[in-house]
Each structure stands twice: as structure tokens, then as C-alpha cells.
Design a protein around this ligand. Structure first.
Ligand SMILES: Cc1ncc(COP(=O)(O)O)c(C=O)c1O
Length: 367
């Protein structure tokens, strides 16, 4: 609808025609983590995997038939979904593939939440959720986590009429998890859909996959960006009962996964052993880094992800800036609940050694 009350608008200094929707004009948009020129910084800011994708992915990449790029990819990503179905013990009809799991989150919001309805999400959590709600014209309903970053006890009552609740397990940016039994109870009591974003589940002690069989109102999304080192290829998967998947298939872009993404995603899923080995290395480094930072006086939350969320013994943004001056990038999320913390992605052992060395130097200088 054209807003006739103004003929033009200004947003960050750019004039916009009056047809741009009010929600869009008034929002800032999602801010992805910084991507500096390759090799210029130690990059511990976007939770990428520090190891390359599996050799099987490399071989598939080399054997891709370039002439095939002339044709559209399979709109249903059937081979990828069949491979995922075998691996996760589901049927292909219970799986939808996405251009990264962000694409699936978008599809979920568009499928489940009407304009003016509520989209609930835990706070703090992945900052994309409220942005997707704004774009859809939904009412964002943040659900404040307790002081221990756990779900509040009467959550299902406070969001009783909301069609969709999004939560990340393990959570981001905290890296903490919610007990599986608590999630099960939530799924049982909540009438809307519980979307469990398991982008980091491969780094955790357990996951919620079994809930797909138990409840019709559960969606689980997974990412191949983190554990499978495929952030640049953009592959995600979501699991649910087949009826819900069928509805989401109507909403997705027709060709939402490129041909290379489908092929390389499939290859990555087939090399479980390689992925698990990298997970082992990352977890070992996560524990080592957590212990060392604790000794430096940092508060480190118990992490089940490939990053740690930690409160330094100096202002968090100053610590981040000091690291940046030493060519190390980490992430700080301003805000009441998160502003005292920083999020540090777990890199290779040498990168973490340099982080700890720089931290020691900063602590000596600043405290
Ligand atoms: C909680 C969470 N969900 C989803 C994503 C997006 O992952 P993908 O690369 O699969 O779009 C991220 C990325 O950082 C994330 O932190």
C-alpha cells in the first residue's frame, strides 16, 4: 500500500520512494559479522570452521561438470535429501534443503507467521530471528532467558497464542544449551511450532532429532556451514513431519540450492568420519581455551558449540578493540544481557595460542 502522507523518505541519507514498506524503512537489517580481506586477520568472529571441507568434497568439486551449469539444478534437491534421510534416519519427505539454514529460517517465518501475528524467540539468541519477524510484518516477542540463560518456567503460557517460537540449541551467542527434557515439555505444551535451530548441534552432547517423531509441531534446522566447513557453499537442512515440510516446499524459492551446493552438500554428509575428527579437535581446543581464559580472570560460560561466550575482566568492547589492533577479530554484541561478554570462535591451535598470548598482554596493560 502506498503511504500518501509523504512523497519521499530518507534513510541513512538515501532518499526512498514512498512505496517502500514502513517495516522495512524503519528497520536496520541484519548485520553479518565482518569479513576482512582473506589472510589479513585471525578470524574468530563468525563461527566458521578453521579446517577445510572433507577431501570427498574437494574431489566432488574437481569433478563437477562445468557444462551442467547451463541447466537449472533439481528444484527439490532430491539426491541431497535422500542422503540426509539415510544419515539421520528420516524419510526424504521429512527434509527440506536450504541455501544455508538462514534460508530455512526465512521459509519457516513466511510459512507459519501471518502479518500482525507474533514471532517469539529467546533473548539473547540469534539476532536474525527478530529481523525475519520485522520483514514479515510480525510482532516480535522476545522471551527473556533467566540469569543462567535458561528458559523461563512458564514460557508456554506467556506465548500461548503465538504460531512460532524460534530458539537455538546450543544457543547463540551464549553457547549454552537447554535440557532436552525442558524442550520436550515445551513441545508438548505449546500449541504453535517450536523451531529448534541446531546450527551447532554437532559440537554438543545431544540433540533434539528424536522429537520429530514425537511431535507434529517441531522443526529442527541444521547447518553445513559450521561442522562440515561449508559456510561459503550455503547448505542447510530442516527436519519435520512430512505435512509441514510439504507446506514449506511451497514457500521456498524454486531453485534455492545451486547445483554445486547440492553436490558438495551430499559429499560432505557422506564423510561423517572427517567431520567428527574436526569436531574432536575443535572441542579439545574449546576446553583448553576456556581453562586458560578462566585462569586470566575471565568468566567462561560452559559451551556446547564451536565458540565460547566469555566475560573479560575489563570492558568487553575494549578487549575486542585491543585484539583487533593485534589483528585478531572476535565479536561483541551490545545490549543489556550480552554487552559485558564477547564471543570467540574456536580456531586452530596456533590461532588460539596467539589469542591467549595477546590476551595476556592486554590484561597486563589494562588491569
Ligand atoms: C544460531 C544460528 N543459526 C543459523 C545460522 C546460519 O547458518 P547458515 O550458514 O547455515 O545460514 C547461524 C550462523 O551464524 C547461527 O549462529
Amino acid at each position: 500500500m502506498i503511504d500518501k502522507r509523504a512523497s519521499k523518505y530518507s534513510f541513512v541519507g538515501v532518499e526512498l520512494p514512498p512505496v517502500v514498506r514502513r517495516n522495512i524503512r524503519s528497520m536496520a537489517g541484519y548485520k553479518p559479522g565482518e569479513q576482512p580481506p582473506p589472510g589479513s586477520m585471525i578470524k574468530l568472529n563468525t563461527n566458521e570452521n578453521p579446517y577445510p571441507p572433507s577431501p570427498l568434497v574437494e574431489e566432488t568439486w574437481r569433478n563437477l561438470d562445468y557444462a551442467k551449469l547451463r541447466t537449472y539444478p533439481d528444484p527439490q534437491a532430491q539426491a541431497l535429501r535422500r542422503t540426509a534421510a539415510e544419515k539421520f534416519g528420516l524419510k526424504p519427505e521429512q527434509i527440506i534443503a536450504g541455501n544455508g539454514s538462514d534460508d530455512l529460517l526465512t521459509i519457516g517465518v513466511r510459512t507459519l507467521v501471518d502479518q500482525g501475528e507474533g514471532l517469539a524467540y529467546t533473548d539473547p539468541s540469534y539476532s536474525l530471528y527478530p529481523v525475519l519477524g520485522r520483514i514479515q510484518g510480525a510482532r516480535g516477542i522476545p522471551v527473556a532467558l533467566g540469569s543462567d540463560f535458561q528458559l523461563p518456567p512458564r514460557l508456554q503460557k506467556t506465548i500461548a497464542d503465538v504460531p512460532l517460537l524460534m530458539l537455538a540449541r546450543p544457543n547463540a551467542p551464549t553457547g549454552t544449551t537447554f535440557p532436552l527434557e525442558r524442550i520436550r515439555q515445551l513441545c508438548r505444551k505449546f500449541r504453535g511450532v517450536v523451531w529448534i535451530d541446531e546450527a551447532y548441534a554437532d559440537f554438543a552432547e545431544d540433540n533434539c532429532l528424536e522429537l520429530i517423531d514425537e511431535f507434529p509441531n517441531v522443526v529442527i534446522s541444521r547447518s553445513l556451514s559450521k561442522s562440515y566447513s561449508l559456510a561459503g557453499m550455503r547448505v542447510g537442512l530442516a527436519f519435520a513431519r512430512s505435512g509441514l515440510i510439504e507446506e514449506m516446499m511451497k514457500v521456498k524459492d524454486s531453485y534455492n540450492l545451486s547445483l554445486p551446493a547440492q553436490k558438495l552438500g551430499e559429499a560432505a554428509l557422506r564423510d561423517e568420519e572427517y567431520m567428527q575428527n574436526n569436531i574432536k579437535l575443535i572441542k579439545a581446543e574449546r576446553e583448553k581455551t576456556s581453562r586458560a581464559l578462566t585462569e586470566f580472570g575471565f568468566t567462561v560460560l560452559p559451551s556446547q558449540a564451536n565458540f565460547i561466550f566469555t566475560r573479560p575482566p575489563l570492558p568487553a568492547n575494549e578487549y575486542m578493540e585491543e585484539l583487533r589492533q593485534r589483528s585478531i577479530l572476535i565479536r561483541h554484541f551490545a545490549g543489556e544481557r550480552t554487552g559485558d561478554f564477547v564471543r570467540i570462535t574456536i580456531g586452530q591451535p596456533e590461532e588460539m595460542r596467539l589469542l591467549l598470548e595477546a590476551t595476556k598482554d592486554i590484561i597486563r596493560k589494562m588491569t
